[in-house]
Design a protein. Sequence first.
Length: 344
Amino acid sequence: MTPLEPRLSRERIEVLVAKMARCRVVVVGDAMLDIYLAGDADRISPEAPVPVVTVHGRRHALGGAANVAANVAAIGGEARLVAVIGDDRRADSLRGELVAHHLPDRYLVTAPGRPTTSKTRVMARGQQVVRIDEEVDDPIEEHTEQLLTAELERAMADADAVLIEDYNKGALTPAIIESAMRLARARGVPVVVDPKFKNFFAYRGASVFKPNRRELEQAMGATLDLESPDALPTSLDRLGVDNLLLTLGADGMVLVTKDKEITRIPAMAREVFDVSGAGDTVTAWLGTALAAGAAVREAAQIANYAAGVEVGKLGVATASPIEVMAVHDSYHDQIGRLRRGGLL
């Protein structure tokens, strides 16, 4: 396994980011609303041994596939979110957040009787006390599936890439996955997949498949020995995808390309405040960079810079091109100092 050399110049990133801002990127999958309740916890409840949180603030944010779309928009690209929401107040809030991020809601499908997926995080002094999930994760009904397929076809008509974001919340049925893959093949555009267990082997032919280590080990039914030269190439072959990007949290990422070259990509974060949404940021930057013509190693490195930005923020967040450039510059400065000191 070889470490990633810092070959990606500032000039090359600037060229790619300019192209990324002109890309049309379809994001299909499980959209959700993130709700944050923030306050203080100074006492224990007399009713049960749990903290009492006095809420002083409430905010909403885009989660899941909607957060991927928000990250594409933060890059400057045109994000088209194809997803299912309910007919409820949380759907209204999600639409409001889309407007705030300059994202269209015209590709959303409303499923009456199905709640809009939401995650409510109760925070006290910057720490998460509890998370409350409200959702139905059954596969969407056939009628909703047909409507979603129609919206996907409309969104994909002139798209430059499709990002498939699976959170096992029911939107990505086998029929929707097949449609997304078929439409991408017809247009000859890259497909980036952020998978979950249920549909793990349904993405043969994807350009980049991006699980985390736990997800890959669960699907493969074995613990991965990352030092073994055969472990990840074998996973690549079983999945039938072009490239495998394995995310390792604080240990960065590992890229396995279709020529079976394995590259270690170190984490870029100086300080980690919150890893929520980091995978969404990687998916967005990776897919949009590929849409702009980046080689897969270039796209992975840029996405890694973006992840370093996102985890330095509290809660689900986006990364801007200016912030990504700052991470790049800091990394290159550090490499330069190490080389001048004879440590590299």
